[in-house]
Design a protein around this ligand. Structure first.
Ligand code: HPA
Length: 278
């Protein structure tokens, strides 16, 4: 049975942090959140410990089948990391406070950088399936904001700045790494909607018009919370389907997963090299 949340959100976070610290007490430098179909990076982590989400007090539990649901602790590129295998999507029914709970926990565990991956539809006509897009800005189209409500002053300010949500030095480094390894990697704006349905043709057209290069259903809540806590963020999308006007086909989840698998080696390489450079 899950505990009923009879204590404050802040106390829930500290309970989770204390529980994890009791099991894994080493300092952790980097937090990693892996997106749909993008869990392979875990294989490159020298795993020291794993904790299933359902063993962490107040931690949400993932429901999407392609997600395993555990925190992984270990070394990646010589740095100590904590990786979420399985993330929480708003469309699954979690509140934004639940979606972003793990990011708060990671911050209190000491992480100094957050790395995020996701699967996204490509709106920019230059994009092809299986390519990567380093996110350099975003457009938040979610109907709820994780910072809504009483501000958690322990974590950050009421009105956090969002003029540079993604660490531009890491964006530049990622593009350099891509070039050195002959990977086609784009840079662009990620927009996120609540889903879970995919977009209509008119919506894809609208998203491109308002300035989005890729569209997904995740990442932005976690990034908002990370930035409130002054955590530098690197985020990258695997382009899993094309949705530029005139190029729209029906999207199947199997195809999204296959395209994510195709994009994954390049994504893994970029993340590993970036973490090495920190
Ligand atoms: N739209 C929204 N989310 C997505 C898409 C899409 O086309 N592809 C992968 N995630």
């Amino acid at each position: 049975m899950r505990q009923e949340p009879t204590i404050s959100y802040l106390d829930q976070i500290y309970h989770a942090v204390n529980d994890i610290s009791g099991k894994y007490s080493k300092p952790i430098e980097v937090g990693i959140i892996l997106g749909t179909g993008l869990g392979q990076l875990i294989q490159h982590i020298e795993i020291e410990m794993e904790i299933p989400y359902n063993e962490i007090p107040y931690f949400p539990i993932s429901t999407v089948e392609s997600h395993k649901g555990r925190l992984i602790f270990g070394k990646l590129s010589g740095k100590s990391v904590v990786a979420m295998q399985g993330r929480f999507h708003y469309y699954e029914g979690y509140s934004m406070k639940e979606v972003t709970f793990p990011v708060r926990v990671m911050k209190k565990l000491g992480v100094q950088h957050l790395f995020v991956s996701n699967a996204a539809g490509g709106l920019n006509p230059d994009f092809q399936i299986g390519q990567l897009m380093v996110i350099n800005d975003h457009i938040d189209l979610f109907p709820e904001n994780p910072l809504r409500g009483k501000n958690l002053d322990d974590f950050g300010v009421r009105f956090p700045d969002m003029s540079e949500p993604y660490a531009l030095d890491l964006v530049e480094k990622a593009m350099q790494i891509a070039k050195e390894n002959s990977l086609t990697v784009h840079q662009g704006v990620y927009a996120a909607v609540q889903g879970p349905n995919l977009e209509t043709r008119a919506e894809y057209k609208y998203l491109w018009k308002i300035g989005a290069d890729a569209i997904g259903m995740s990442t932005i809540p976690e990034v908002i919370v990370a930035r409130q806590m002054d955590l530098p963020v690197f985020a990258i999308s695997a382009i899993t389907d094309l949705c530029s006007p005139g190029n729209i086909k029906k999207v199947k989840i199997e195809e999204v997963l296959a395209a994510a698998a195709q994009a994954e080696p390049g994504m893994g390489l970029i993340i590993k090299e970036l973490i090495k450079s920190l």
